[in-house]
Design a protein around this ligand. Sequence first.
Ligand SMILES: NC(=O)c1ccc[n+]([C@@H]2O[C@H](COP(=O)([O-])OP(=O)(O)OC[C@H]3O[C@@H](n4cnc5c(N)ncnc54)[C@H](OP(=O)(O)O)[C@@H]3O)[C@@H](O)[C@H]2O)c1
Length: 209
Amino acid sequence: MQIAIVGSGNVGKALAGSFTRAGHTVTLSATTPDSARAAAEQTGAQAADSNQQAVGAAEVVVLAVPYPAVDAVLAGVGGVLAGKVVIDATNRVDPADPGSVLDGTSAAEQIQARVPAARVVKAFNTAFASRQADPVVDGVALDGYLAGDDEGAKQTVAELVGSIGFRPVDVGPLVMARALEGLALLNIMLQIRNNWPWQAGFKLVGPTP
Ligand SMILES: NC(=O)c1ccc[n+]([C@@H]2O[C@H](COP(=O)([O-])OP(=O)(O)OC[C@H]3O[C@@H](n4cnc5c(N)ncnc54)[C@H](OP(=O)(O)O)[C@@H]3O)[C@@H](O)[C@H]2O)c1
């Protein structure tokens, strides 16, 4: 797949490395071309000079920026996202006030509302960057949950999720992104409260045929 990742930080680098290892073609962007270039050099991806340049030729676009940066990104490239599969990997994070995140909305729905012609799928947000880089623990593939309203887009994202080693699990319509964002917050709170090393991931056990 031709994939653009907007954001070249922990998530951008982890996914870029996993995607290129799986044979996908990846272009990274960041706030500066230098930042994207540095990340690209580490991951086997290509670097773009701008978000616009990164997403232009991509069939799949991953949003891997801090949630407060999403508005600026969409203001710049929203028009180019029409018809594309847009993976929202963002999380709203406020460990001091979890209620502000668990407010009955989701970033993914906000993004879909901002760019109605994009095919938004929530994915990758429930796995830490450490596991996006390495989704298999003790021989067990972690679950890669995805939510969205466009079945074709979800199929594409399920293939992508599976191609890097997760077990793809479709959790339903985009509104379920609320649950996935809550799940991510749960894991974040667990790491902070228990001083864990940010490497635990989710796996449903028991029969799930
Ligand atoms: N870290 C995790 O384990 C994890 C796991 C799942 C989901 N998430 C979510 O994924 C998102 C990214 O997390 P992260 O840990 O990768 O953050 P990060 O390490 O801080 O990286 C953020 C990246 O976004 C780039 N950026 C910021 N504003 C931008 C803009 N307007 N246009 C283009 N790029 C922009 C930054 O560019 P520069 O490099 O130029 O500063 C940086 O490369 C967040 O929403 C986070 O909640 C994180």
